[in-house]
Design a protein around this ligand. Sequence first.
Ligand SMILES: [Zn+2]
Length: 66
Amino acid sequence: MAMFVIGGVTIAYASAYASTLKKKRFTYEKAIAKWSDLYFCSRCDGVFTAQSNFVPAGYMNNFLNQ
Ligand SMILES: [Zn+2]
């Protein structure tokens, strides 16, 4: 009986972990896709894409994860 409980908890934990990973991976892939479209302007020290406005370089991480 204890084994079943431990097994069930492990499976529940593992599937919760898998869905967390899936979400993280989705966030990561979206950020990477955005990042690959970035242009950097060294004169203004910021980034932008063809679809978005200029973002100061210090805010790039926020921008990528939006
Ligand atoms: Zn510029």
